[in-house]
Design a binder for this molecule. Structure first.
Ligand SMILES: NC(=O)c1ccc[n+]([C@@H]2O[C@H](COP(=O)([O-])OP(=O)(O)OC[C@H]3O[C@@H](n4cnc5c(N)ncnc54)[C@H](O)[C@@H]3O)[C@@H](O)[C@H]2O)c1
Length: 343
C-alpha cells in the first residue's frame, strides 16, 4: 500500500507578482496547501489567491497569520527591505523558510537571518532561481562534463525595461530594493558563484540614477578564464526582457538568449550550431487554474526542490541561506567597486 504523504501547509507572505507565481506553483504541487496569505491589500489578495487555486484568509502581518493558523513553512515574497524581519520571525516561530532573493539588503541583515536559522536548525532556501533554470542547469552540467575542453570566457546578460509595477514604486527605491544591482543583476552574480566559485579578482563599473545602481558591468577573473556580467533595468518599458549567456570553451560555444527564441545552442568544432537538449520541467500531477505551470521553469523547479526537502527533512543543498548571503556580499562588492559613474 502506498504511504500517504503528509499535507504541507504554508503561509505565503506577500501576494504580489512573485507571491502570485508561487501560489500557482503550490497549487500545482500535490500535497501542498497555502493556509494563509499575508498582504497589506487584503481583499485583492484573497481574491487573487482564490483565483490561483489557493483560497485562504489573508492577514495584514505574519504575526497575525502565525497566531491564526498552523503551518509547516513560510514563504516570504515581500519587498526586499522587509525580508529580514519576516524571515527571522518565521525562523523563531520554528517554521521552515523559503525567502525570495535577494536575501536582504545588507550583509549584516543576511548574517542575522543565517544566525537565527543555524540556532533554530531551520530548513531554508532562497529564491536564486537560476540555479534551477533549465538552460543554466544544462550549462553547469556541460561544464562539469569537460566535453568542451577548458572554459575560456563566460558572458552573462540581464536587461529589462524599467519595472514600475511594485506597490509605491518600491523597486525604484534603492532603500527598499537595492536597485537593479541587487534585484536583477544579482541573479547572474549568484549563477557565477554556483558555477565557478569565488573569483580571484573583480572589476566593476556601475551607472546610477534615481533608482540606485541601475546598470552593472563586471569583469571577474579566474585562473585562465574571464567572466563578464552585465545587468540593468534602465531600458524603455516596452523594450522587454533579455537574459543571455555565452560560454566559450576550447572546442565549443554554448549560447542562450531568451530574446531570440532558439533555446540553448551549441556549436562544436567544424559542425553547424545545433540545439542542446534541456530537461523541461515536469509540472506534477495537477495544473494551475491559470495555465500550465510547466512554463514556469526555474520557479517551478526551485519550489519542487524545496517541497521535496520539506518532505524528507533534509536541508536544501542548493540556494542555501549561506549561498544567498555570499551572493549578496559579492554583489555589494560590485556596487562598491563600480561607484562613481553618475548619469
Ligand atoms: N526570483 C525572481 O526571479 C524574482 C522576480 C521578481 C521578484 N522577486 C523578489 O520577490 C520579492 C517580491 O517582489 P514582487 O515583484 O512580488 O513585488 P510586488 O510589489 O509585486 O509584491 C509585493 C507584495 O507585498 C505586499 N506588501 C508590501 N509591503 C507590505 C507590508 N508591510 N505588509 C504586508 N504586505 C506588504 C504588497 O501589497 C504586494 O502585494 C522581492 O524580494 C523581489 O526581489 C524575485
Amino acid at each position: 500500500m502506498m504511504k500517504e504523504e503528509k499535507q504541507l501547509r504554508g503561509i505565503l507572505v506577500g501576494c504580489g507578482f512573485m507571491g502570485g507565481m508561487h501560489a500557482q506553483i503550490y497549487h500545482a504541487l500535490p500535497g501542498v496547501e497555502i493556509v494563509a496569505g499575508v498582504d497589506g491589500r487584503i481583499p485583492e489578495s484573497e481574491e487573487k489567491l482564490a483565483k490561483l487555486g489557493c483560497p485562504a484568509p489573508v492577514f495584514a502581518s505574519l504575526s497575525e497569520a502565525l497566531a491564526a493558523v498552523e503551518c509547516d513553512f513560510v514563504d516570504v515574497c515581500l519587498p526586499t527591505h522587509q525580508h529580514k524581519g519576516n524571515a527571522v520571525e518565521a525562523i523563531e516561530a520554528g517554521k521552515a523558510l523559503f525567502c525570495e532573493k535577494p536575501l536582504a539588503l545588507s550583509v549584516e541583515e543576511a548574517d542575522a537571518i543565517v544566525e537565527a536559522a543555524e540556532r533554530n536548525g531551520t530548513l531554508a532556501q532562497v529564491g536564486h532561481c537560476l540555479r534551477f533554470w533549465p538552460e543554466y542547469m544544462r550549462l553547469i552540467e556541460y561544464h562539469k562534463s569537460g566535453d568542451g575542453g577548458q572554459l575560456l570566457s563566460l558572458n552573462l546578460i540581464r536587461r529589462a525595461g524599467r519595472p514600475d509595477y511594485g506597490i509605491d514604486n518600491w523597486l525604484n527605491n534603492e532603500d527598499q530594493s537595492g536597485g537593479a544591482a541587487l534585484d536583477l543583476h544579482i541573479h547572474d552574480t549568484d549563477f557565477v558563484l554556483a558555477m565557478l566559485g569565488q573569483p580571484k579578482s573583480i572589476e566593476s563599473k556601475v551607472t546610477r540614477d534615481f533608482s540606485g545602481p541601475v546598470h552593472v558591468f563586471s569583469l571577474m577573473e579566474y585562473d585562465g578564464l574571464i567572466v563578464s556580467s552585465e545587468g540593468g533595468w534602465n531600458y524603455p518599458k516596452k523594450w522587454g526582457f533579455q537574459m543571455a549567456f555565452q560560454a566559450v570553451y576550447e572546442n565549443a560555444v554554448l549560447d542562450f538568449d531568451s530574446s531570440n527564441g532558439k533555446g540553448l545552442m551549441i556549436c562544436e568544432g567544424e559542425t553547424e550550431p545545433r540545439a542542446l537538449d534541456v530537461v523541461q520541467t515536469d509540472a506534477g500531477e495537477s495544473q494551475s487554474g491559470e495555465g500550465n505551470v510547466s512554463d514556469l521553469g526555474g520557479y517551478l523547479n526551485e519550489l519542487k526542490y524545496f517541497v521535496k526537502c520539506l518532505r524528507s527533512g533534509e536541508a536544501p543543498a542548493i540556494a542555501t541561506l549561506q549561498d544567498a548571503r555570499d551572493t549578496l556580499a559579492l554583489t555589494l562588492k560590485e556596487i562598491e567597486l563600480g561607484e562613481g559613474v553618475k548619469v
